[in-house]
Design a binder for this molecule. Structure first.
Ligand code: PMP
Length: 405
């Protein structure tokens, strides 16, 4: 018998609650004006994938410069890691200036979370249980479970208000066992698009402090939410001001459109430069047997975009351009729904932020949207706003209006 004869069939990866599943259904649909609002990848107003001009310029610069393809260090392209941490923590960050942040390049945001999971599993002195919001990015639970951590949940989404369950969230953070690990989405919460306000972040910081918890920020959308990379780093920087020592996962998939290049960074804020050196050494020991060293191409591009003043300025404009287009499509969708005379309150579409809107549509309504209107989104009613264009927003609003009455 084959060695694998006892390997059971896993649950279908192609089902209507996953992005892959709806992409398949979308492909099979012959409607000339079908609309796909699934995956979290930016599209331009023609519905096309977008390579940022600053990214292309940076790439062309070094493709012609005769750089070799030798391995990076275990911790990756040094210039990239330095620039990435500066982007997140801010040039005037106290732990950055005192040299007490341990950082490594990672295989995009997912890889950063995975290194974080492994690091916590090996070294976290408290209970190795990480609490993630309900709901959270679908991969969080799997990443941390595979890292050997226990995964718990805290309240986040209030379906009655289609908003933040702030009270529930703070209550849960205060009542989970002292010294737990709490994962927070730094900005543009996926899948809900609902972020705490600045005042709420301060309260959350207090609650995390009271619980003596370790905070882990997942920052997959810096700049992409508001169009301003500093504004989107507010929560991380506020927590540091409040005396927390966060762990951070960064991704350049969305804000530089480097999806498949897998450029990201993982960092740990330490107490001192000595502590940082110890953490550095252990991160190398963790990474080496996982993948030896990370890919160089995307990191070189991101380093150039972040450190070349002209390209950096251009990039900030392009990030803002993407964020602004998303914000505009939200407004257009809400506006069109209201014009159609919908009696529902659609204000959450514009109060939410980032790539996704949580519409509040039920699974039945989502199914009708697909079947009768050839509009595809995930079963939880999440739409990728990046899939909306000036050309399809009217038909989208009409379809949503029809299924919601
Ligand atoms: N965290 C969140 C919340 C995300 O939405 C994503 C991307 N969908 C990631 C992390 C990681 O993405 P990547 O590995 O492509 O950087």
């Amino acid at each position: 018998a084959s060695a694998w004869s006892k390997v059971p069939q896993g649950p279908p990866s192609i089902s209507t609650d996953t992005c892959t599943g709806i992409s398949e259904a979308f492909k099979a649909d012959s409607h000339p004006e079908k609309i796909l609002l699934g995956a979290g990848a930016y599209r331009d107003d023609q519905g096309k994938p977008y390579v940022l001009p600053s990214v292309k310029a940076a790439e062309l610069q070094f493709v012609n410069s005769g750089l070799d393809k030798e391995y990076a260090a275990i911790t990756g392209v040094a210039d990239f890691v330095k620039a990435a941490t500066k982007l997140a923590y801010g040039a005037d960050s106290a732990p950055l200036k005192s040299g007490s942040i341990s950082a490594t390049q990672s295989i995009s945001g997912t890889g950063a979370l995975r290194i974080g999971g492994a690091f916590l599993e090996r070294f976290y002195p408290g209970t190795k249980k990480i609490y993630i919001p309900t709901p959270s990015w679908a991969n969080h639970g799997a990443i941390f479970e595979d890292s050997g951590l226990e995964v718990g949940k805290y309240r986040y989404y209030n379906k009655d208000t289609i908003g933040l369950d702030f009270q529930g969230m703070v209550e849960d953070i205060k009542t989970i066992p002292k010294g737990s690990i709490v994962l927070l989405h730094a900005c543009a919460h996926n899948p809900t698009g609902i972020d705490p306000t600045k005042e709420q972040w301060k309260e959350i910081s207090k609650a995390v402090k009271e619980g003596e918890h370790q905070v882990f920020f997942d920052m997959a959308y810096q700049g992409f939410a508001s169009g301003d990379t500093d504004a989107d780093a507010f929560a991380l920087r506020q927590f540091i001001k409040d005396g927390h020592k966060p762990i951070l996962a960064q991704s350049f998939a969305k804000n530089m459109g480097l999806y498949g290049e897998r450029a990201g960074a993982f960092s740990v804020v330490c107490e001192s430069a000595e502590e940082k050196a110890n953490v550095d050494s252990q991160i190398k020991i963790l990474v080496r047997p996982m993948y030896s060293n990370p890919p160089i191409h995307g990191a070189r591009i991101a380093a150039e975009v972040l450190t070349n003043p002209a390209l950096n300025k251009q990039w900030l404009g392009e990030v803002k351009g993407m964020a602004d287009r998303i914000i505009k499509m939200r407004a257009l969708l809400q506006d069109n729904l209201e014009k159609l005379g919908s009696k529902r309150d659609w204000s959450h579409i514009t109060s939410q932020i980032g790539m996704f809107a949580y519409t509040g549509l039920t699974p039945e309504q989502v199914a009708t949207l697909a079947k009768e209107h050839s509009v595809y989104c995930t079963k939880d009613g999440r739409i990728s706003v990046a899939g909306i264009t000036s050309g399809n927003v009217k038909r989208l609003a009409e379809s949503i209006y029809k299924v919601t009455g």
